[in-house]
Design a binder for this molecule. Structure first.
Ligand SMILES: Cc1cc2nc3c(=O)[nH]c(=O)nc-3n(C[C@H](O)[C@H](O)[C@H](O)COP(=O)(O)OP(=O)(O)OC[C@H]3O[C@@H](n4cnc5c(N)ncnc54)[C@H](O)[C@@H]3O)c2cc1C
Length: 398
């Protein structure tokens, strides 16, 4: 395995680093100040300014190998950089979740008409999108539980159900929902579900509320959405009836690795802040960095990040060679390992910052809440641990 960056990836990395330093980090206080004065789901103007600047610099849609020409391995380093400023950088370069996953789905399974109508404006950063699978009434980590019904009626499908924690739906630019539901409740467990495109303005769609994550309201929101007798043309179906589970799997593979790459960026930023704070803050006769306990926290963090990054790069390398299916166990493993170590690094960084660590004067508290939530979204830890164990046991079964 060779993790050496290609000249092309090095060039992207250097240009992205320059963009982060010159534009993204300086925009962070501007973004926070604007949001403090406005509706939490309104769009701070600085976001569109950053997008225009990134696009001008050719830093755009880096996540999609067919568009960017970058491998997953090459993209890993870039995604990590964007994760250092998670509210701004991924969106600035049009690589933010859940749009990336939705664009991948449309790219892989969309008809020409669906691509023209939805993929093109998403790739151009003109609109945003959401993926609606989870439901409040059922344990949604087991997707076979999903109860939303998608019923064929002539040339239309009729959608009924309630979803929640649908990321992106609070943003007025979010124009399209990919909705997962059952078209064949009596079919084989993994062939009952389908996915259908539901434009946000379709009659019967109600965005009920926006759920906070540990008290934080994300600008794009995590929303509860009610679908009541929502009618869409039959041509809005993605792939074929019964393909919902297969599409979800295809979508979640790359999505999970992208989340992990960005989380590593958060871990790196937290460690950097921790070191700076430890070197500059004096207590008991010297800088905190002189205390053995603090040094141990720094070293533990560095060692954990390096291990997690190597596993993430190996996973990206495997996806490049064997597809998401061939890297299934590793994808499950990093989805557990990376949030876990990032959570620990952030916890240590917060501790070293004292009271400042739990305030909003540093990005640490917000990152901490996000990474904690990451141990639940895109499948809770336990489900991924189950996958790893199953593969491991399979090797020893006779
Ligand atoms: C910030 C955030 C953003 C999200 N964005 C989206 C989105 O955009 N679209 C969307 O559809 N969903 C989204 N979700 C929902 C998320 O994907 C689900 O919460 C997740 O899949 C778990 O489903 P659940 O909440 O129903 O938990 P449940 O399925 O009820 O599980 C609860 C707990 O049970 C335990 N558990 C479950 N299975 C097992 C097992 N096999 N073995 C042992 N223990 C187990 C785990 O501890 C788990 O946390 C988001 C969630 C959050 C927090």
């Amino acid at each position: 395995m060779d993790f050496e960056l290609s000249p092309k990836a090095r060039d992207y990395r250097d240009r992205l680093q320059e963009f982060m330093d010159a534009h993204v980090y300086p925009a962070e206080p501007v973004y926070a100040a604007w949001r403090a004065e406005n509706d939490p789901h309104a769009l701070p103007p600085v976001v569109e300014e950053l997008k225009a600047e990134a696009r001008r610099r050719g830093l755009w849609n880096l996540f999609l190998p067919d568009v960017s020409g970058l491998s997953n391995l090459e993209y890993a380093t870039l995604a990590e950089l964007t994760g250092r400023s998670p509210d701004l950088a991924p969106e600035a370069v049009n690589c933010a979740a859940p749009d990336t996953g939705n664009m991948e789905v449309l790219h892989m399974f969309g008809t020409d008409e669906q691509k023209e109508r939805w993929l093109r404006p998403l790739l151009d950063g003109e609109i945003r999108s959401a993926f609606a699978m989870t439901e409040p009434e059922v344990a949604s980590s087991d997707a076979t539980n999903i109860t939303t019904s998608i019923v064929r009626d002539g040339d239309e499908y009729v959608v009924n159900g309630r979803k929640w924690f649908i990321t992106g739906a609070a943003d007025e630019r979010c124009k399209i929902f990919i909705v997962m539901g059952k078209t064949d409740p009596e079919g084989p467990a993994h062939r009952r579900q389908s996915q259908v495109l539901v434009p946000r303005d379709t009659p019967g769609v109600t965005v009920v509320r926006h759920l906070p994550v540990f008290g934080y309201q994300d600008q794009h929101g995590h929303s509860e959405i009610l679908f009541e007798d929502v009618r869409v043309p039959a041509s809005n179906l993605l792939a074929a009836e019964g393909d919902g589970f297969m599409i979800a799997q295809a979508r979640l593979g790359p999505g999970r690795i992208h989340h992990c790459m960005r989380a590593l960026g958060m871990a790196e930023r937290a460690l950097e802040l921790m070191c700076r704070r430890a070197l500059s803050r004096e207590a008991f006769g010297g800088p905190l960095a002189r205390q053995g306990v603090v040094r141990e926290q720094i070293a533990e963090s560095r060692m954990a990040i390096e291990q997690a990054r190597l596993l993430t790069l190996k996973t990206a390398w495997l996806i490049d060679r064997h597809g998401a299916k061939g890297a299934r166990t590793e994808i499950a493993a990093i989805k557990v390992v990376v949030p876990r170590i990032t959570h620990e690094v952030l916890d240590r960084a917060i501790q070293v910052h004292g009271a400042a660590g739990v305030s909003d004067d540093t990005p640490l508290a917000a990152m901490y809440s996000w990474v904690r939530a990451m141990r639940i979204f895109d499948g809770p830890d336990e489900v991924h641990v189950r996958t790893v164990a199953r593969q491991e046991l399979r090797r020893h079964e006779t």
